[in-house]
Design a binder for this molecule. Structure first.
Ligand code: SF4
Length: 419
């Protein structure tokens, strides 16, 4: 299938947005819109995918926007080194198209070529197999500069059907269990071995990242989740000489005692706990498991507690931006959503907690799957607002920036202004 229109040129709708925000680089506007609308890979683009050279869709704990598990590029790189973490999306939803042009993949909007893109290069260890016979790439995966560990592919908030409304972790586990060879729960020792293999590639990786679904069990709620992370981080730490190593966890909002254990007993250097939406009423509706086990105000308090444990500039929280506008309970306008979200983000920033966002991608196996995400203007304004808060409160975001994560348009802006 060829979807590009030869000879058609700019301007595209994106150029108007670029003009409205001269302080935001064009490539960041493109990245954000590609995350917002998703991508469709043409046959010619897929023919350029080479499993020995490129990362193909791997260990996602969440699903794709077209609901499929198939061999596709893991994601895209722009010419300034920015990652576009995006998801394959059905053509009828008006995604960007990745097609071949002059023998390389390009992004197209409505047939107009926008930018050449690269598929993410495959790390050396992707070709190897673990001691238990699992492909190593199914145990540890890679962002361009980061090693990702998703040790537990279930979330116990779904035990009583109180998982988050945008989340498809359980359906993805069921699908992936059949089609992929990925263990639902990883053996910490094996994780450590694979990290050791990955680190043999010189200069490739600069941090280790860990996240899983919440585990409510334990003597105190979530003790089992903390214990499991500690086991894994011990195994990862075997490969570092210093007691602390560049690392980030996205975990549940833990108590101060649990946070202190994570910090004292492991090499962990930064901590993230995603509140998902900055409004108590919406949090209660959209994240009922988090509300039931911890609660909105307590979640925020624990984030602030984490700053005392990990230090300023080492703690943040994530939003799934766009859900605050969805459904019957969402804010009625983007202006209101922006103002209320940034107000609460500022309250956190004042106390040393950064806020980052991902662009919400409505996926079919989720309760909010039939809703639309927000406008490109909204996402650009939110990115500028969150970045401005980090500048105002002098909060570094190096552990979650474009090099390490690449999934937050707001923290991409940090490369423009050192602080
Ligand atoms: S905490 Fe929410 S988003 Fe995260 S895995 Fe559980 S249900 Fe999904």
């Amino acid at each position: 299938m060829r979807l590009a229109l030869a000879g058609k040129t700019a301007p595209t709708p994106i150029d108007e947005v670029v003009r409205r925000y001269p302080d935001v680089p064009r490539l960041l506007v493109i990245k954000t819109d590609v995350q917002r609308r998703g991508v469709f890979y043409s046959d010619a683009a897929l023919a350029l995918l080479d499993e020995t050279q490129h990362q193909t869709t791997g260990t996602h704990i969440f699903g794709a926007r077209d609901g499929l598990i198939a061999l596709r590029p893991e994601s895209l790189l722009l010419r300034d080194g920015s990652s576009i973490i995006t998801t394959p999306t059905p053509l009828e939803e008006n995604p960007y198209v990745v097609d071949a042009k002059d023998g390389v993949p390009w992004l197209f909007d409505d047939g107009i070529p926008l930018e050449a893109v690269d598929y993410w290069p495959a790390p050396d260890f992707y070709a190897r197999t673990s001691s238990s016979g699992v492909p190593m790439k199914n145990i540890v995966s890679a962002r361009p500069q980061r090693l990702n560990i998703f040790p537990y592919r279930y979330c116990t908030f779904w035990n009583n059907n109180k998982g988050c409304s945008f989340c498809d972790i359980v359906s993805q586990l069921k699908k992936g269990g059949k089609e992929l060879n990925i263990p639902a729960k990883l053996d910490p020792r094996e994780v450590g071995d694979v990290i050791g293999e990955a680190l043999k590639e010189p200069g490739r990786f600069s941090s280790v990242f860990l996240t899983s679904g919440s585990i409510v069990s334990g003597q105190e709620a979530f003790d089992d989740e903390v214990d499991y992370y500690i086991q894994i981080l011990h195994e990862v730490g075997r490969h570092f000489k210093a007691p602390k190593f560049p690392s980030q966890i996205i975990g549940t909002a833990f108590t101060k005692k649990q946070l202190q254990r994570l910090y004292d007993e492991t090499g962990l250097m930064s901590y993230t706990s995603d509140i998902e939406v900055l409004n108590e009423e919406l949090f209660n509706k959209l994240c009922p498991g988090k509300a039931e086990w911890i609660g909105y105000r307590e979640w925020k308090k624990r984030l602030v507690d984490a700053v005392e444990v990990f230090g300023p500039g080492r703690v943040n929280t994530g939003l799934v931006a766009g859900i605050e506008l969805a459904g019957p309970h969402g804010f009625s306008s983007e202006d209101e959503a922006l103002e209320r979200t940034l107000d609460e983000a500022e309250e956190l920033a004042r106390q040393g907690v950064s806020t980052v966002f991902i662009v919400w991608s409505p996926r079919p196996d989720t309760p909010l799957g039939d809703q639309k995400n927000a406008s490109l203007d909204y996402y650009i304004r939110l990115a500028r607002g969150l970045h401005a808060l980090r500048v105002k409160y002098r909060l570094p975001i190096g552990f979650d920036d474009y090099r390490h994560c690449g999934n937050h348009p707001d923290s991409d802006l940090s490369r423009l202004l050192p602080y």
